[in-house]
Structures are given as C-alpha cells and as structure tokens.
Design a protein around this ligand. Structure first.
Ligand code: TRP
Length: 334
C-alpha cells in the first residue's frame, strides 16, 4: 500500500471550504493508503499567535477532524513527534536560502505582516516553514500528498530537497512525493461571492460546519446573489455558489430541478436559498451530532490521539536514526 501524508493547521473551526477542499478527501482515501494525517501545530507558530490558544485550537482541530470521521489511528499531533523539527534542521542544510526566498506563500505572509504593521514579527520560522513541511512529508516516506493548488510549490520543494539529499548522501533514501489532486468544489464567501470562502475575512464569509443552525440559515438567506443587473442566461457567482453548495452536499435532485428553472428563467432565489439552507442543515446534522458526542468524552479522545501520535512517532524515530547515520551525525549506542 502506498503512503500518504497531509497536514492541516489548527486554525479554529473547520468550514465547508476546508471540508470539501481537503478533509472529505482524507476521509475517502483513508482506507486505500497508509495514511498519516497531522495537525501541524509547529507550523502555527510561524505567524504571531497566542500560546494560550494554540493548544486549545490544536485539540479543537483534532476533535473536529474526528467528527468528520477521520480515524483516530491515522491522526497525530505534529509537536508530539519532535523528530519533525530535527529533520527540518537537517533538510534546511540541503535547501538553499534562494529557494526558500522564492516561496510565494512566504512572500504573501510577509506582505500580510507588513500591511498589518507587524513587520518586526516576521520570524525566521516563517522562512523555514517549507522545510518543515518537507520534513513532515519525507519523514514517513510518503508516496503521495493530497494538496490544493496553493501547496504545489511547497511540494515541489520537498521533491527537490529529497533528490538533493539522496544525491549528496549517496543513497536513494527519500522518495519523491507526488501530489494527489482531486476534484474539489470551489466554494465562495456567501457574503462576498467575488472571494473564496475563508475564515480570515470574518464570520459572515464562511460556513462553519459545526455552526449554529439559525446562523447558517441567516447566512444563506442573506447570501449575495446578483450584485449588478442580472444578465439573462448568465449566472452570477453568488447564485452559482448556491448551486455548488447543493451539488457538494449531494442534493442533485434539487440541483437539477432548480437548474432547469434557471435555464427557463423561472428560478426564484427565495426557493433556491430555502432549499440550500435545508440541504445544508440536513447534511451537517450528523457532523454536529458526532462532535457533541466527542466533546462529551474529551479525555477518551485525547488519550487515543496521544497513543496514535506515540505509535506514529516510532516511524519518525526510525527515519531519523537512518538519517543521522547517513549524514554523519551521531546515534546514541548503549
Ligand atoms: N502548508 C499546509 C497548508 O497550509 C499545511 C501542511 C503542513 C501540510 N505540513 C504539510 C500539507 C504536509 C501537506 C503536507 O495547507
């Protein structure tokens, strides 16, 4: 069986864009591969953050992933496997300053800090972020990495690092990880359908999958449909987004019948919105139910993840032992 690694930052709540963009795919492939799914808390330290919320958000992400039916034995917390940082250091020494400087995510985040007047908070860790990501992937010798387009460059770097490491240390040790792209629906912000659904824009702009029903109904009811004059036969991004939601939640019957109303010019937005709201509430109710159950038994799930992290750590330790050997570092021998 091939090996898969993927990671997600503990950003707080999972929204529908995250779910359909990554997590549903994790769930669907988890039995077809040997999977390592990580909540990457070390990565979260690369931007200004509060220590008091990091641990809380890490557990929250774990519980929400479990509520999305990710199996606990596949899930681990990055900082419980400190070997990731050790490998990051070693890989950073076969990765050039220039390569890291060219990473677009790094440049974007630097700009973000600049515009927020937090220039001084741009850390060297932010610069190293892609080397840590390469370590995440290579440490388990992953064959494939499910990623979105935005992470392609980081994966390319991981491949280059792997090849350079193998060349430099004279052994085909690391595999070159391949991206695993899947068809994902593009969800837009209901409040501003010119933009992607995203948390950073504020709570109107994303649909929280564990969110309050009344709030979700309100979000859909007030979703922006047409901004200018509607052009006959041409669907606006906002209306398109509502159809995308129906499709993503697998309500094809409603999707197709409302689409034919649209084609014949008979579509009533109020009906479309009501259908979308009902579909979403129905789709999300099992998620909320599982989440409530998990939250009622937190210690049990924390223990499960501590155990799975310890189990997964053994693999990372074996890799580091080999890597220390190959690179001329020491291994403790009793
Ligand atoms: N950088 C990824 C993101 O922001 C998160 C991540 C960290 C990751 N390590 C990874 C993704 C390893 C895939 C593989 O989405």
């Amino acid at each position: 069986m091939q090996r898969i690694l993927s990671g997600i930052q503990p950003t707080g709540d999972i929204h529908l864009g995250n779910y359909f963009g990554a997590i549903r795919n994790w769930k669907d492939i988890q039995d077809d591969y040997i999977c390592f799914f990580s909540v990457v808390d070390y990565h979260s330290m690369t931007m200004p953050y509060k220590a008091s919320s990091l641990r809380e958000n890490t557990w929250k992400m774990v519980f929400q992933l479990l509520a999305c039916e990710i199996k606990p034995e596949k899930l681990f917390i990055q900082s419980l496997v400190p070997e990731h940082t050790e490998l990051c250091w070693i890989l950073s020494c076969v990765c050039s300053f220039g390569e890291l400087s060219r990473m677009t995510q790094f440049k974007d985040k630097m700009d973000q800090l600049k515009t927020q007047d937090k220039d001084s908070l741009a850390s060297a860790g932010l610069f190293m972020y892609p080397a840590l990501q390469a370590a995440d992937i290579l440490i388990y010798r992953a064959d494939k990495v499910p990623v979105g387009k935005d992470q392609e460059q980081h994966l390319e770097l991981a491949r280059n690092i792997a090849e350079r490491f193998n060349y430099q240390f004279g052994k085909e040790y690391f595999k070159s990880p391949e991206p695993l792209f899947t068809e994902i629906p593009k969800l837009l912000s209901p409040a501003d359908p010119e933009k992607k659904m995203s948390k950073s824009l504020g709570e109107k702009h994303y649909i929280n999958i564990f969110g309050d029903e009344a709030f979700i109904r309100k979000q859909i009811k007030s979703a922006v449909t047409d901004t200018g004059e509607p052009v006959e036969g041409k669907m606006s991004p906002g209306v398109g987004n509502l159809f995308t939601l129906l499709k993503a939640c697998d309500n094809m019957t409603a999707h197709d019948s409302l689409m034919s109303d649209f084609t014949t010019g008979q579509l009533k937005y109020s009906i479309l919105k009501e259908t979308v709201a009902d579909t979403l509430i129905g789709f999300l109710s099992p998620f909320k139910q599982r989440y409530t159950e998990i939250l009622a038994d937190k210690p049990k799930y924390k223990k499960l993840i501590q155990e799975s992290s310890a189990e997964i750590r053994k693999e990372a330790q074996q890799t580091l032992k080999d890597v220390r050997e190959l690179t001329g570092l020491m291994n403790l021998k009793y």
